[in-house]
Design a protein around this ligand. Structure first.
Ligand code: COA
Length: 157
């Protein structure tokens, strides 16, 4: 069953508001890395009543490109359409901000994410070889596959 979009409230967070770290760290386990981009980003949360269910973080890379640096949905609420809703909103924000493209990076092992981003019109644009091996202290496995490379998906606006 999908959540109805009218049940979900989207709010832009003030940069000095309290951040939903338990969600942000689901997508990026390094708090240090998360903190390195939060203060330059636009942060949106999806909530139902008072409960925060999802977050998306948008960081401009230039006047033309904006990156989804972080997206996460609370595990019991995943696969209900909230991630898609957050990405569709990010596409609107990027279009309104006159960016020419929006991108997102994910691991070669993140099968669901690779599916989701392509379903929403993003296309593989770059592979950062060995990114996860070089940037994280411990090996990361998902779906029985080692996360080695970062795949960058881009949607031209
Ligand atoms: N495995 C398989 N399919 C998945 C999936 C997964 N892990 N995550 C999403 N999908 C599919 C859904 O089944 C759905 O398919 P359908 O449209 O054919 O029914 C589609 O993708 C859209 O899913 P949606 O419900 O909009 O996404 P979501 O709310 O589950 O959010 C994430 C997606 C990635 C944000 C969420 O799974 C999450 O928070 N993951 C942990 C953090 C993370 O990995 N962030 C991304 C870092 S790159």
């Amino acid at each position: 069953m999908k959540l109805e979009q009218q049940d979900i409230t989207l709010t832009k967070l003030d940069r000095n508001a309290s951040m939903p770290y338990e969600l942000l760290l689901l997508a990026d386990p390094s708090k240090e890395l998360v903190d390195s981009y939060l203060h330059q980003s636009q942060i949106f949360i999806a909530s139902k009543k008072e409960e925060v269910l999802g977050v998306i973080v948008l960081l401009p890379l230039s006047d033309e490109i904006i990156e989804i640096k972080n997206i996460a949905v609370k595990p019991p609420f995943q696969k209900l359409g909230i991630g898609s809703f957050l990405i569709e909103n990010a596409i609107q924000v990027a279009t309104g901000g006159e960016y020419k493209s929006i991108c997102i990076g994910t691991a070669n092992s993140s099968i669901g994410q690779i599916y989701l981003y392509q379903k929403l019109g993003f296309e593989l644009s770059e592979i950062k070889n060995n990114f996860f091996i070089s940037n994280y202290p411990d090996p990361i496995y998902e779906n029985g596959i080692q996360a080695k490379h970062m795949l960058v998906f881009t949607k031209i606006l």
